[in-house]
Design a protein around this ligand. Structure first.
Ligand SMILES: *Cc1c(COP(=O)(O)O)cnc(C)c1O
Length: 348
């Protein structure tokens, strides 16, 4: 496929990515600001993201598993850390022991496994109320972590995007843990957690969503720039005559004549059917609505207003994350991580 130009592409704005990281780093105060690049950099491409953030000065990166770690480990430089959020399974031990990445140990068994192997520096996840991964904050953490050399001790906020009592509760528990378990650094906040203010920043923050243009809380609006713009090529331009329907199950029927562009984009690319009849695409800034249902590989756009849109042209899909989330019923996270493998990813 070398040299192949796909009929759909993601335009990725490297300046916006770096600008978002800088804003988050500033908003993190005295804490260092890392980057969550799991799920292939939230769908943008982890290598491209990490390269740009390294150049901007980011020194701490987070991936989910050792497959993701292997993909970016060649980029590691002196003084740069890569942490694996899901810790280390038995199956990962060989790779982990030979890797410059650190496991974030999540369970007593993982901690015992790492200690027994003499694995060296590690990170540790303590659960403070989300009840997902991590050692239970109520447990005997000193016993579970004895003999470990902990670089970063982490916990994760369940509802940092909301104003709920659980945020302060988790923070209080985290302070208690900090006083009980020695580590070089302590880290609690994701993108939304950064917006909760300095009490939540500790030594290191780890944004994901907001790096990529997501707005986790109102405080970030106006500061975070869009990074991702999906574009798709027009495969055919056709005329709908009043009375014609379009697409699967004929959910749209024309009550007048329409000009329609069929674009190379569909739900297999992460453009899910929640956009059916609601999404829009643009040509030279002019907004034109989707007609009918999103297919696996195709959508139809009403281009009646633009006689100049022709086969082979590119249209830009409306994908401002907060708006697209409201329209589609998907979360901003899903909108990013669902972007499929068929897009060319083009950094500019
Ligand atoms: C994904 C993740 C992050 C980043 O969260 P965002 O909400 O995308 O900023 C931070 N910490 C942990 C443990 C995560 O799993």
């Amino acid at each position: 496929m070398h040299g192949y130009i796909a009929p759909l592409r993601l335009r990725l704005d490297g300046d916006a990515l770096v600008s978002n990281w800088r804003w988050l780093a500033g908003a993190s105060g005295d804490a260092a600001c890392g980057a969550a690049i799991k799920a292939d950099g939230y769908g943008l491409g982890a290598v491209g993201v990490m390269r740009r953030l390294l150049r901007a000065g980011c020194r701490d990166f987070f991936v989910s598993n050792w497959g993701e770690a292997a993909a970016v480990e060649p980029l590691l430089e002196e003084g740069v850390g890569l942490s694996v959020l899901h810790g280390v399974r038995e199956e990962d031990m060989r790779q982990a022991l030979g890797s410059r990445a650190r496991p974030i140990l999540c369970t007593p068994l993982q901690a015992a496994r790492w200690r027994a192997a003499g694995g060296g520096a590690c990170d540790l996840m303590v659960d403070t109320g989300m009840n997902r991964l991590g050692l239970d904050w109520r447990g005997d953490l000193a016993a579970a972590t004895g003999g470990l050399e902990i670089a970063t001790l982490l916990s994760h906020l369940a509802s940092a995007d909301e104003d709920v009592a659980l945020n302060a509760t988790q923070r209080q528990r985290f302070v208690g843990i900090r006083n009980a378990v020695a580590a070089q650094r302590y880290s609690l906040a994701n993108s939304a957690g950064i917006c909760l203010g300095r009490d939540y920043h500790f030594d290191l923050t780890r944004p994901g969503l907001a790096l990529y243009g997501g707005i986790p809380r109102d405080q970030a609006a106006g500061h975070i720039r869009a990074v991702v713009q999906p574009q798709a090529q027009v495969l055919q331009r056709r005329r709908l005559i009043a009375g014609d329907s379009i697409g699967y199950n004929a959910i749209f029927t024309a009550d007048r004549d329409h000009e329609v562009a069929i674009l190379n984009l569909g739900y297999a690319d992460g453009y899910l059917r929640g956009f059916s009849g609601k999404g829009a695409a643009r040509h030279e800034g002019e907004r034109m609505p989707l007609l009918g249902r999103v297919s696996m590989d195709l959508i139809a756009v009403d281009v009646s207003a633009r006689p100049d849109v022709a086969e082979g042209d590119w249209m830009t899909i409306d994908y401002a994350l907060p708006d697209a989330a409201a329209v589609s019923g998907l979360s901003q996270y899903e909108l990013l991580t669902g972007l499929g493998a068929r897009f060319d990813r083009v950094w500019e």
